[in-house]
Design a protein around this ligand. Sequence first.
Ligand SMILES: [Zn+2]
Length: 487
Amino acid sequence: MIKSFLSPLNKPNILLLTTSLFGLSACAQINDNETPLEQPKNIIMVVADGMGPVFPTAYRYYHDDANTPLVERTIFDQFYVGSASTYPATESGYISTSIASGAALATGKKKPNMFVTDSAASATALAAGVKTYNGAIGVDQDKNPQLTVLEWAKSIGKKTGIAVTSQIVHATPASYIAKNVSRKNYNPIADDYFDLRVNGKLKVDVMLGGGTKYFIREDRNLKNEFVTAGYQYIDSYEQLNTLSPTQPVLGLFAKDALPAELDSKQKNRLTTLTKTAIKQLENENGYFLLLEASQIDWGAHSNDIAYSMGEMKDLAATVTYLKSYVSNNPDTLVVLTADHNTGGFTIGARGEYKWQPEYLKNLKSSPKAMAKRLADKRLSVDNLSNELGFALKSEELKKIEMILLEHTLDNHTGDLSKGKIKNKLVTRYYGYIKEIINLRTNSGWTTTGHTGIDVPVYAFGKGKEMFAGFQDNIEIANKLFTLMGKK
Ligand SMILES: [Zn+2]
């Protein structure tokens, strides 16, 4: 079954292709004008998934010190250099369900461009400098594997790493490492992390994030294969300090994605993983590191601004750390951008001229976690105000009681399994808690999907000038290739 998903790709051919691509090693490191380029030794690419321009703006107001008349600038504002368009290729795998593309196909016309990308097409653009269809992992429109900046870095003798808050086989990191026709093929994508090599070597020296279930499986134990190949394996944050700096590492800290920042026992987990990744990667030839704040997008898909702001806070701490790192290591370049915007979030809604982020500042857990604990009766309705960090009105408390009552009545005659009934209750509670937060903050949303707006680009360190102004997302990869001497 899974094999048939993979059929358009012939693994041995990919190996041959990548090996032959890497055969053209980086000998001349000169740009078109024949002036030697100032090449950074280390490159840190940061992808903030779903972070359209509205999220750094919202973070600025959320972060503002109310005791001063002007709004303080954030760490993001310091490094803003430009913007990028994100549209995918016209042949987009997801649009076959849309009426427009169906009609175009029926008449034999070229599919129209739908302009709205998913994370896989966008990450492939950022990683390999090619436009592709939504869902594609490291392959172009014709499903041919594409060379990525991470692979190129490895081929010229740099160390490579990823540190992300999703499962490490999720679309963004996968697009830098794996080759697959669909982002959904998580297990084959995990296999690629071990099986696809660069000049015979394993591709990624440091892998930190979530996803044990893809690496320790019944059909294959990739964790053991990595260990046999000389990798250190860790699965708790405490072990981060025990790593030998000379050995490669696979660190998986959750079965699937890491918990949301608001629910994480390890605070600022992306920042923590970043510090370790850099420590492990530093060497005289330099390194390429991909970081992803994976879950800004997930909060936005759920129209849950508290979730997304928690993720923004961790990202801001990560960038703050990177600023100090670059000031001590000026031969490092940091580029930060988003793959697309998510949720159509608006600062202000319903005709009212206000946004009140103070309601987001004292949450003790994520709204989803609150909903789960309410459904499990581990959190009482009376304690919900305490958990949210602001007092609920009596009518809001009544509505929460009503949700349980309605739910009980609805399910009286239902034939759903207990698990499904509970999930329905969690969904209802979660929906209402989000509604309260969206109303209190006066936040708006236009979609539970992605939008096609341009995304901001931030850069600092050596070579940052190249990212100034407007660019398309494929140009970001091409600039990184140039900075690493690829013609
Ligand atoms: Zn998304």
